[in-house]
Ligand binder design. Structure first.
Ligand SMILES: [Zn+2]
Length: 333
């Protein structure tokens, strides 16, 4: 059966979750992707454990998402690690210290494992690796660094680049720098995904739906080969990227299935629940249906109620949520 998910955030009250669980089940979701931030890691551990337990008790799958944790994943959160560990942060080609941890630092790896151990102990059945990336300047609405600034030029990375390639790090994205950046994320993800797998928990990953030549892209085939990975997918947000729904979903699902099929990975697919212009809500039904026809077995929506709890709400949040519920119901039956 097709599994249907929704991301969950912006609420800390158990009695609200109680109601949301009814709402989520009434909209035919079978799993929740809990956005577990560094803030909650410090200030709301008990409540997070309780939320995970309530989710499982409601008969729903419980995914944990490192929500912008360490600045290495998607999400609208600041990192608590960054100001405490300046030496472990990424350095940009401009010389600026980025508000994101460098995957090569021992402190970064220890912090990630601390997050993972908590999420697993709290009862997550799947760890969701959401849009892993080195610092992307264009994602920062405050314009911290120029768009062409690249990571990572920290002393650790510069040393290992010199050892590997026998030359100093270039300031532009040469093939050597691209390979170096890929390896940086690959080493980190391989270690962390292996750790989760060895603890008996599933791993799902979503990579950005960008061309291989885009600077924020990761090598899909190499990522898919990581030991312990179970579920692989992408999030072709056609409203956000100003793309045609059918073309974008078809193209990204083909790319996803080409990666999943030979490896026996389960394909998954995200649709955008935020920023949907009024009158275009029904495109969600078309997008989800096409993803399932193409082979996706896990489909999910980013944000319940049109993401109205955060920046970039849909114009008509209730209409979006209604279309999601109707579509999930149809695709599960
Ligand atoms: Zn570095």
């Amino acid at each position: 059966m097709i599994q249907t998910g929704v991301s969950y955030f912006a609420n800390g009250w158990p009695h609200h979750l109680e109601r949301d669980l009814d709402d989520i089940r009434a909209h035919h979701c079978s799993y929740i992707v809990h956005c577990f931030s560094e803030n909650e890691m410090v200030f709301a551990r008990q409540r997070t454990a309780q939320f995970f337990r309530m989710t499982r008790d409601a008969g729903l799958g419980c995914w944990a998402n490192p929500w912008a944790v360490l600045g290495l994943f998607g999400g609208e959160q600041f990192s608590a690690f960054v100001p405490r560990n300046p030496e472990a942060c990424q350095v940009l080609s401009t010389g600026q210290r980025a508000p994101a941890a460098c995957p090569s630092a021992a402190e970064t790896r220890a912090a990630m494992k601390l997050w993972l151990a908590m999420a697993i102990d709290f009862g997550a059945d799947t760890i969701f690796w959401d849009e892993p990336h080195l610092y992307i300047p264009g994602w920062d609405d405050l314009g911290f660094a120029p768009d062409d600034a690249l990571a990572c030029f920290c002393p650790r990375c510069r040393d290992s680049f010199r050892v590997r390639f026998g030359q100093p790090m270039p300031k532009t994205l040469t093939p050597e720098l691209r390979l170096f950046r890929d390896n940086l994320m690959m080493d980190f993800l391989s270690e962390m995904i292996g750790y989760v797998h060895d603890r008996g928990v599933k791993n799902a990953i979503t990579l950005l739906p960008v061309d291989d030549t885009a600077r924020e892209s990761l090598p899909w085939n190499r990522v898919a080969d990581i030991r312990g990975l179970d579920i692989f997918g992408t999030d072709p947000y056609w409203y956000l990227h100003h793309r045609d729904c059918e073309t974008f979903v078809r193209e990204q699902m083909k790319k996803t299935m080409d990666v999943c099929q030979p490896r026996g990975l389960t394909a998954h697919f995200w649709a955008q629940g935020f920023g949907i212009p009024s009158g275009r809500e029904n495109e969600l039904e078309a997008g989800f249906s096409l993803a399932v026809e193409s082979g996706a077995q896990f489909i999910a929506i980013w944000g319940m109620h049109g993401n109205s709890a955060y920046e970039g709400a849909s114009d008509d949040p209730e209409k979006v949520w209604e279309v999601v519920g109707r579509t999930f119901r149809k695709l599960r039956n």
